[in-house]
Ligand binder design. Structure first.
Ligand code: PRP
Length: 207
């Protein structure tokens, strides 16, 4: 039958292709070269869908893809009805979800203006702290928001910390650790149990 596997464009795709190859799943063309977005595997009858990170859970939740590979940040931000199981931590793409603000500038006492593209993660984090916030949705480059006076704080992914440093910001509170995870559609878990199990087991041995 074969599995339909949804992958992020970018870093995750680059890191995942060797892992998939070690599991015997290789696309029929190089996704880094081809402009195609759906690839067949050379063997096993699998399909690889290359999509934007935020859309991986959507494809998996709706059963269009059986399996998805994406960051924990994307899964947390998606929330959703959870029509999928998180099955495996690939241990790659490790980073942290942090709050950050301008170096040496204390946070204001009143309503905190927080810029992020992770608005759900941001709201949940501050709700748990009973901290009143105004969440400002951005699509990226959050680091410039405090510099330009759009926000007091940002919520973003921090890896080396170089981006924060280069923009005069400092990491403050850690919200959670992030890494790349494998998710499986709930129905596929039943209807394609053997294939899913074999895929997850193989992947677990190569990571
Ligand atoms: C992420 C994040 C930061 C940067 C942090 O952006 O949004 O900007 O990496 O990494 P560092 O701590 O090593 O400097 P990414 O490059 O993934 O692009 P994005 O803006 O599309 O999220």
């Amino acid at each position: 039958m074969g599995l339909v596997i949804a992958l992020n464009k970018g870093r995750i795709l680059k890191e995942c292709l060797p892992l998939l190859a070690a599991c015997g799943i290789e696309p029929d063309e190089d996704p880094h070269v081809s402009r195609k977005l759906i690839f067949s595997s050379r063997s096993g009858g699998h399909q690889l869908i290359i999509t934007r990170s935020a859309d991986v859970p959507t494809y998996v939740e709706n059963g269009v893809a059986d399996v998805g590979v994406t960051g924990k940040d994307t899964i947390l931000e998606y929330g959703g009805a959870m029509g999928f199981y998180e099955m495996l931590d690939l241990g790659i793409g490790r980073c942290r979800m942090m709050t950050a603000g301008p170096v040496g500038v204390p946070e204001p006492a009143g309503v905190l203006r927080v810029a992020s593209k992770f608005v759900n993660i941001t709201r949940t984090f501050y709700q748990q702290r009973s901290r009143q916030v105004e969440v400002i949705k951005l699509s990226g480059a959050m680091e410039i928001a405090p510099l330009l006076g759009l926000a007091d704080t940002i919520v973003d992914i921090v890896d080396t910390g170089n981006t924060l440093k280069a923009n005069g910001l400092e990491a403050r509170e850690k919200i959670c650790d992030i890494s790349t995870r494998v998710i499986v559609n709930r129905a596929s878990m039943k209807t394609k149990f053997d294939e899913v199990r074999e895929f997850i087991d193989r992947l677990a041995t190569v990571v």
